[in-house]
Ligand binder design. Structure first.
Ligand SMILES: N[C@@H](CCC(=O)N[C@@H](CS)C(=O)NCC(=O)O)C(=O)O
Length: 221
């Protein structure tokens, strides 16, 4: 039995969807954002920075979204190319790009005050990060348009769900935000997101986290 520790509507969502897709027994521990639970020693023993997601496994607790997903992907075949397979290299480079570059940029855009250095530096920081996001999305869109098996519409892969969750976050920026984007500008990513959000696993995850319908392609807050 796995235990997934997450905040509602956080990076735990991609792990949550995949656990349901994999059909493995797990318990979802949704943490109240306002609680101090993540600062307390029992949680810090799972994640030294008190962040989410954390997946408790028979091999011990794992933190970092990318590490959790790759570990699950190896443990439960069918959700990404297996190690040693010819497709593994291409999958891996786009997975790590998504995790390392794009996820990081989106987090900087969500919490610019943590990264800009000073309030005066905020506007320039946001403009630069939003520009970087545009370039990264263009690369991801071109990759998704080629529809590789490990990131094709209707296929519940770890990268497909990861990109769909990031699209959710990006589409949630308000119109006045420099990173506000329309899904229509990214037809391949949008098609991927639409194909996954109607799957029973995604619908069940959305219900458990109270996220509403069309969680990836048209998020409502
Ligand atoms: N690189 C980490 C990022 C973890 C992260 O920042 N998680 C956010 C939620 S999406 C969090 O825990 N925020 C609460 C906080 O920073 O206190 C990962 O991918 O797991």
């Amino acid at each position: 039995m796995y235990i997934l520790h997450a905040l509602p509507d956080s990076a735990g969502l991609v792990v949550h969807c995949l656990l349901r897709e994999m059909g493995v027994p797990f318990r979802l521990h949704l943490i109240d954002r306002a609680s101090t639970e993540r600062d307390a020693p029992p949680y810090r023993a799972l994640h030294p920075e008190g962040k989410v997601p954390v997946l408790e496994t028979p091999d011990g607790p794992i933190f970092e979204t990318g590490a959790i997903l790759l570990w699950l992907g190896e443990r439960h075949p069918g959700f990404c190319p297996a190690p040693g397979s010819p497709e593994r290299a291409a999958f891996l480079k786009w997975f790590v790009y998504t995790n390392n570059a794009v996820h990081t940029t989106v987090m900087e855009l969500f919490y610019p005050e943590r990264h800009a250095g000073s309030p005066e530096a905020l506007p320039d920081f946001l403009t630069t990060a939003a520009g970087r996001l545009s370039g990264q999305l263009a690369l991801l869109e071109a990759m998704a348009a080629r529809r590789p098996d490990w990131c094709a519409p209707g296929r519940p892969t770890i990268l497909g769900y990861y990109l769909s969750m990031l699209l959710r976050w990006i589409l949630s920026f308000e119109e006045s935000h420099p990173a506000n984007r329309s899904g229509d500008d990214y037809p391949a990513l949008l098609a991927l997101a639409r194909s996954l959000e109607t799957r029973p696993a995604a619908l069940a995850a959305a219900e458990a986290e109270e996220l509403g319908p069309t969680i990836f392609s048209a998020p409502s807050y």
